[in-house]
Design a protein around this ligand. Structure first.
Ligand code: PGA
Length: 239
């Protein structure tokens, strides 16, 4: 693991945007794994600006998102599909057919998880995966206890994740209780991983993930087994 210490959230976002921008302009073909949540918001802003200023065409880029809430359609403003369109896809020159987010309203959720994994495999895997981390060290929606061998699956969200995500909804009751999430094995298959963590509320998760025991109780700790992870963080005392 390589860690890069940044001053604050803004610098972390700019650094990440530059890394992704660089990958995009120096590849003939790129499969980009994308994350949602508050952490990458500013990165998408910077990245969109860079891409637009340089008139970068993204037809060689395919995106694959980490997760989606079960029960929320792409038209739902709280869905991750909607988030991605609002914050990135609609702002840049990427064909929508090159973007992939799990379908949270698929009639057969199991079939949807299989379809998603097969899609990633057909693409030849993810080249660069962007990740955030939850306060309980979840990555994507892989909560503590998730098997390191997991592929894309339907997840029951934990109390703590529902509470953390309630800020995006009108009330706790509106937060979906399930999601479709790439599995830990799926994420580990990415060729390169860029994890962003900002703020002291992520400190313990980061320490446990990278300096603690590798255990399924700490989903982020699986990343210690990956050979190409960069952590961008403003958290003191982590390197
Ligand atoms: P956050 O979530 O970026 O909204 O803090 C990160 C995560 O849960 O992976």
């Amino acid at each position: 693991m390589r860690s890069v210490k940044v001053k604050n959230y803004d610098e972390m976002s700019m650094e990440a945007a530059m890394i992704v921008f660089d990958k995009i302009v120096h590849s003939n073909r790129l499969v980009l794994g994308l994350a949602t949540g508050s952490t990458p918001e500013k990165m998408y802003e910077y990245l969109s600006d860079m891409l637009n200023k340089n008139k970068v065409d993204l037809s060689h880029v395919t995106t694959v998102n980490l997760d989606e809430y079960v029960g929320l359609s792409p038209e739902d403003a709280q869905s991750y599909t909607h988030y991605m369109r609002r914050i990135f896809f609609d702002k840049v020159n990427i064909p929508l057919e090159n973007t992939n987010v799990p379908n949270g309203v698929a009639e057969d959720l199991e079939a949807e998880t299989k379809r998603f994994d097969e899609g990633i495999e057909k693409l030849g895997g993810v080249d660069l995966q962007i990740l955030g981390i939850g306060r309980n060290a979840h990555i994507a929606f892989n909560e503590p206890g998730t098997s390191f061998d997991s592929n894309t699956h339907v997840v029951n969200l934990t109390e703590s994740t529902i509470r953390d995500n309630a800020r995006f909804f009108h009330s706790m009751e509106d937060v979906p209780t399930q999601a479709i999430s790439l599995g830990l094995n799926t994420i580990m298959n990415a060729k390169e991983i860029l994890l962003m963590a900002s703020g002291n509320n992520k400190r313990q998760a980061l320490l446990d993930s990278f300096h603690g025991e590798v255990t399924e109780d700490v989903p982020g700790s699986v990343l210690q087994r990956h050979h190409n992870v960069t952590v961008l963080t403003d958290i003191d005392g982590f390197n």
